[in-house]
Each structure stands twice: as C-alpha cells, then as structure tokens.
Design a protein around this ligand. Structure first.
Ligand code: DUC
Ligand code: ZN
Length: 535
C-alpha cells in the first residue's frame, strides 16, 4: 500500500514536462510508481497538486555551513532549515582542511560532528584541500572517494582555491590533485581568480586611501577571473581531468569555458543567483549619520555595502548580468548553486569587521576597508525562487516580446538546480530526478496566482543572518510543499517548517558523472597518446 500519492500535477524532468494525469506514488521514502490512477489504500495520504508543477527537491551543491573560518555564519541547524524552506532537500557543503593538517581525515571527522543530528535536509561534503601531501594524494583521496563498509565516506569532490592567502594553492598542487582525482572519479571544483593580480590592485588602492566597500569590485576585475579560469582549464586539459569552475560571474571567463566545451573538454561551470540579479552598485555604502557627530569628516565610514561583498564580486553592468542568463539558457553553465556563505552584518566578527577605527592627533576616524570584510552572501533559501522567477513552460514558449529578458525553460531549471548537481557529484542513484526507485524528494509549485507574488524579506527567511542581499525583490512563486524522502518538511501556507533537525541524513556518493565533454581528449599540441610516457 502506498504511503502517499500526489495527484493532478505536472512532473518536470530535466528533459520535459510530463503529460497531465500522471501521479506519483510514494512508499517508504522512495518514489514507488509514476502512473495513472494509482491505487490508494485506507491509510494512503493524498496530496492534490491542482495543476502545479512538481520538481525534484533542489540539490544545492555549494554552501558554506558552520565552517571554521565563519564564526557568525549559519549553523547546520539554521542553514539546513533555511534550505528546506526554499525547496532544497540536499545540500553539499564543505569540510575544510587546515593548512597544518597533513591528512584530510581529521577535517572530515570535524565537519561530520557539526552536521550529525542537526540537519533538516540530506547532506554531503566536498573537501577543501589546503595542504597537498603525499598522504593526502595517495591514501586519503582514494579512501574518501570509496563508499563501502570499509570506508563510509563516499566523498567524490574536492575544492581548490587559486586565491585567498590561507587557502590558495599553486599550479603544481592543482596539477597533482587533478591527476589523482581523475582516476578516482572525483570532480575538482576550482575557485578561479588570479591572486597576485587582485592583491596588487588592492595594495595600490589602499596606498591611495581607496578602501571603501565599492573598491572591492575594482580590486577583482573580470580579467582576474578570466585568466585564472583559462589557467585552470589548461591544467584540466593537460591532466585530462573533469573540473567545475565555481561561481563564475565574468562573461569573459565564460568565453574560455565555452571554447573548451566546444572542444569536448569536460569543463563544467557554475553560477549563483546574486550574479544573475545584482550589480556592483550595491557595494556603495551610505556614510553613517552618527559619524557627523564625531570630529571627523565622516565620509568613509559607510559599511552597508559590505552586505554585498563576495568573491568573485558582483559585476558592473546589467549587460554582464544578462549575458549570464544567456549562458544558462545555451548550456554553458551546468549548475546553479547558492554559494551560501553568510556572515552577520551587525557584528564585529561579521561584515562590520571591515570598519577600522583610528585615532590621529586626538581625532577619531572610522573608515571602511573592503580587504577585511568577510566574503560571501546568504542565499540558500532564495536560490530556487529567484531562478524559477525567470522560467517558462516549453508548451507556452519563452516570452516573445523582444524587450523581454532571456528566460530558461522549466526543464532547464530542473537540470541546473537538481538533476545536474546530483549527477555531477555522484548522487544520481538517489537524488535529482522524479523516477521510481529514487528518494521521494519533491517540491510542489502551485500555479502562479495573478493576485499574489512573493516579496523577499529577511524577516520571512529561516537562516540566522540579519539581512538578505535580495531584500524587497519580488518573485512570482515560492515552493508550497517540500517533501524529504516522503516526509512533508515544508508547508508554506500552513506551519512553514514541519521538519526537524536530524531529519537529514549523510549521503555517501559514488563516482562523479561527466556532464559536458568527454574524458580522454588529446590536449592541445600533444601527439595522440603522448601523455602515456608521463601520466
Ligand atoms: N567567495 C568565496 O570564495 N567563498 C565564499 C564566499 C565568497 O564570496
Ligand atoms: Zn563558496
């Protein structure tokens, strides 16, 4: 007997919207059947989806939760609560190796301890590698990538930074990690920005007193992202390793990705909603009024622009932003994640860490310094509604008005936010699609009500952060129900969060699946088979 039947909705897959009339039958947390007129028993719960779109639970494959370097960010409890309230049933977050650790295993244990029993949704970890030892490459990575009774880990992705002093790796380390990862079916995620370029510009800005929040975007120009992107692609090409470039915001960088994909290299790219809606004018701060009561000029102490400091930065022009929508629609991007990396705004260890007070000749001066503001924005709960906002039903077609901005089809929305991240990161056996045998992770979006839209306000969100970068934005829909393995964990109009900490389970993952290009391509300028003498 089925536990639950969802009727009258339209199932959206990564390829199409299935015909009306299909029902989803759920048993023991799995999708047991998709069919017509499924048999209900006396105890079967029925959900009438009344013409709604039904999508697989969101898989947010890039979120920073309870990391060592983020004292004011979300905990597992608050971050995953926020995730389900925005339609996510799976979150892949990070376990970060400390620079002085010669193994990866201690950080994995530490981050398990933070999440265990506290998550509202299912979860896994990517490992951030910061100290590339022989032990890490030869023992830890193979052990972590395996999922068996001998090794319960199933961690098949790693993240590498090309920037940030405490985290960055050199090209040699990137090379050797990619070599190790390719054999194990591990996806290498790369944060690509040219560190020295950013550092030089930031130092020169500071020498001229230009440290106010909006200079953050000046210090991290598109070319810094583009150069590092090309370098990461080159390293991936020579080592024949699939990579994913995280949070890409620079159209000039995406040109390198597109060119690599055209040559069938397995190069994936990700972006995030903040790059799809916001521009760098958000980084300008309002000078605080109390400053004028001090005996200083008061002109440099605005810090509210710090709410939008993230790296790579928000780009300058709406034209850049619109280009990213085109890259979503044309297939350059494989994944849209949130890069949820929150810090409290009104806290000395949060965004306001960027306010520096100095006293000179008895005068106190407060000035913002973008260089010491924690990077990152909250966004785990708003990712799906913000993306859904610019979708269309393929039967109706995209908006045909020439002035209308680019929209993405509903199947593409599902691919980018659920199916692709599930497949890329080794979760296709349980997540990312509405299919018999997979987990019953389901989001129901009732038809857009003409008299109702949803205004994003921080007060309505479920993270523990004191702002949202999207305050006041209207979106046309919000998940009405969210089911995690068949359990209703979110009811927008009747109780909100119904789930509990501990509902979420750890997900050991299998080998990553390559979603664009192919492994085994000959690298530029090499003879066929030439790698065999050194690989
Ligand atoms: N940039 C990162 O590299 N990580 C987290 C947040 C951000 O803005
Ligand atoms: Zn990140």
């Amino acid at each position: 007997m089925l536990d639950l039947i969802i009727r009258n909705g339209r199932i959206v897959t990564a390829a199409e919207i299935l015909p009306a009339g299909l029902e989803i039958g759920i048993k023991n947390g799995k999708i047991a059947a998709i069919g017509i007129a499924l048999d209900a028993g006396p105890d079967t719960e029925i959900v009438d989806a009344e013409g709604a779109y039904i999508t697989p639970g969101g898989v947010d494959s890039h979120a920073h939760i309870e990391q060592d370097n983020s004292p004011t960010g979300d905990t597992w409890e608050t971050g995953s609560r926020s995730a389900i309230a925005g339609g996510n049933t799976t979150v892949l977050a990070f376990a970060s190796q400390r620079r002085d650790e010669t193994s990866l295993l201690p950080c994995v244990e530490r981050y398990h301890a933070k999440a265990t029993g506290n998550a509202y949704c299912d979860y896994g970890f990517h490992v951030i590698m910061t100290n590339v030892t022989e032990q890490v490459l030869e023992q830890d990575l193979p052990l972590l990538a395996a999922a068996s009774s001998a090794s319960p880990h199933g961690i098949t992705s790693v993240k590498l930074y090309m920037t940030y002093v405490p985290l960055r790796l050199g090209d040699g380390d990137l090379f050797s990690i990619m070599m190790a990862a390719r054999q194990l079916g591990v996806t290498t995620m790369v944060h690509a920005e040219n560190h020295d370029m950013v550092d030089q510009i930031a130092q020169r800005l500071a020498a001229r007193g230009n440290t106010q929040t909006h200079f953050h975007a000046v210090a991290r120009p598109q070319i810094a992202e583009a150069e590092a992107t090309y370098r990461a692609i080159s390293l991936a090409e020579v080592t024949d390793a699939p990579i994913l470039l995280v949070h890409m915001s620079a159209p000039v960088g995406l040109e390198h990705v597109r060119a690599a994909q055209a040559r069938l290299l397995p190069i994936h790219a990700e972006t995030c909603p903040h790059y799809l809606y916001l521009t760098s004018d958000k980084l300008h701060s309002t000078p605080s009024s109390h400053a004028h009561s001090h005996e200083d000029d008061g002109s440099d102490d605005g810090i509210d622009g710090a709410k939008h400091i993230c790296a790579p930065p928000l780009r300058h022009n709406m034209r850049d932003v619109e280009q990213l929508w085109e890259e979503l629609a044309n297939g350059t991007y494989t994944v849209v994640s949130s890069d949820h990396a929150p810090a409290l705004y009104d806290h000395p260890d949060g965004k306001k860490r960027g306010l520096v007070t100095t006293t000179e000749e008895g005068r106190t001066k407060t000035k913002a310094d973008f260089r010491i503001v924690p990077n990152g924005l909250p966004g785990i709960e708003t990712r799906l509604p913000l993306l859904f906002h610019r979708t269309y039903d393929p039967e109706a077609g995209p908006p045909s008005d020439e002035a209308a901005p680019v929209h993405i089809s509903l199947p593409r929305f599902v691919a980018l936010t659920s199916t692709n991240p599930a497949q890329l990161y080794g979760l296709a056996h349980c997540k990312g699609s509405l299919q018999p045998g997979l987990d019953a992770d389901i989001v129901i979006w009732y038809p857009d009500a003409p008299d109702r839209d949803f205004v994003i306000t921080n007060a309505a969100l479920h993270h523990r952060i004191d702002y949202t970068p999207f305050e006041g934005m209207r979106v046309r829909n919000w998940p009405r129900y969210v089911f995690l393995r068949g359990k209703r964990v979110w009811d927008r109009d009747n109780g909100g969060v119904l789930g509990a900490p501990g509902d979420g389970q750890y997900l050991p993952r299998t080998r990553s699946r390559i979603l664009t290009g192919q492994a085994g391509r000959t690298a530029t300028g090499m003879h066929y088979g030439e790698r065999a003498v050194w690989m």
